[in-house]
Ligand binder design. Structure first.
Ligand code: SF4
Length: 330
């Protein structure tokens, strides 16, 4: 591990200033991903700015019943068990509890979870020369390599990595808004614009500026989110990343689908909002044929590689299964 300086600023302004004046500095929250990457030599910050003592660990209601604000330092375990989340956004609680291990969830933060980096094997191994995300312009080892966990939607010739977070899939389905503070003040980034597709710059994961600090995540009030579910398909029952996951919610009326919300994990460089499936479901009867047609519409543009083509059919079946479960909820 490279040597680095460590500081613990007293407030968010000092934290932002520390990073704004040092391009190689990184914020330290739970550190559950960053420290791994530093040990591997993938991340080499010259300074860690520890934000753990900033007052950003509250979950509170927004005025006028407009939603919930989650502080950036709320631990994943605390968020998953919070009564406001289990009652109003069960999909988020399920997603959080399906991720990592209890020990990691006790440490990992909401803000840090948003910034998780891909688990592509080639990205994690600096001894492997080809990785456009780690070393822009070097090529992509996964394209012709072992690509079982890689993307089937939205990928580019430069990178076929997937985003590893479960929490972010639920946030994408819920239209969360990420609040950040930077030298120029506060701004709000809709979750759909927070993470990026790889394009020709796969080394850039998000639209967060390097000198901006995530302070909170807002969840809008969505009454029918009480009827929601997170389905995760993975190689073992716990402590594994999703091969495919689905966050789904349905607004139902007299046996018809008024509106649907679906997001997919494990299939793209960012949490994938399944807009085509949602459009296909609006106004349809609640029945398996409608779920299946929606899944087909969403995956029509999917492209697989040598080891991950199975994900296309798996994603379709996972969508149908998740919607079936949601439709049966009381
Ligand atoms: Fe690197 Fe992306 Fe290719 Fe993986 S898929 S080797 S992260 S460029």
């Amino acid at each position: 591990m490279n040597p680095f300086d460590y500081s613990r600023p007293p407030d968010w302004q000092a934290a932002v200033n520390s990073v704004a004046t040092d391009a190689q500095a990184k914020f330290l929250g739970g550190g559950t991903n960053l420290i791994d990457l530093m040990k591997m030599g993938v991340e080499t910050p010259d300074r860690l700015v520890d934000i753990n003592r900033l007052p950003l660990a509250q979950v509170e209601e927004l005025p006028g019943n407009t939603g919930i604000r989650i502080g950036a330092l709320v631990r994943n375990s605390d968020l998953a068990e919070h009564p406001l989340i289990t009652a109003r956004y069960p999909v988020l609680s399920e997603a959080l509890l399906s991720g990592a291990s209890p020990q990691l969830r006790n440490l990992a933060t909401t803000g840090g979870n948003l910034l998780q980096r891909t688990r592509c094997y080639y990205f994690y191994d600096p001894a492997f020369p080809m990785c456009n995300k780690r070393n822009p312009g070097s090529g992509c080892g996964a394209l012709e390599g072992y690509n079982r966990i890689h993307a089937i939607l939205g990928q580019s010739e430069q990178c076929i990595a997937t985003h590893p977070s479960d929490m972010c899939v639920a946030l994408a389905m819920l239209d969360a808004v990420v609040r950040v503070q930077g030298p120029a003040g506060e701004r709000a980034i809709p979750i759909a614009n927070f993470h990026r597709l790889p394009g020709i710059t796969p080394n850039v994961d998000t639209n967060l500026q390097t000198n901006e600090l995530i302070t909170a995540v807002d969840l809008p009030a969505i009454p029918f989110a009480t009827r929601s579910h997170y389905l995760k398909v993975r190689d073992r029952a716990s402590y594994a990343f999703a091969l495919v996951s689905v966050a789904a919610a349905l607004e139902l009326e007299n046996g018809m689908i008024k509106s649907a919300r679906i997001a997919l994990g494990g299939v793209a460089h960012k949490p994938w909002r399944a807009a085509k499936a949602e459009q296909a479901l609006a106004g349809k009867k609640v029945e398996a044929a409608a779920f299946s047609a929606a899944a087909d519409a969403e995956l029509a543009a999917a492209k697989g590689y040598q080891y991950n083509s199975f994900k296309i059919e798996l994603a379709k079946r996972a969508i149908v299964q998740a919607l079936t479960t949601v439709a049966a909820l009381p």
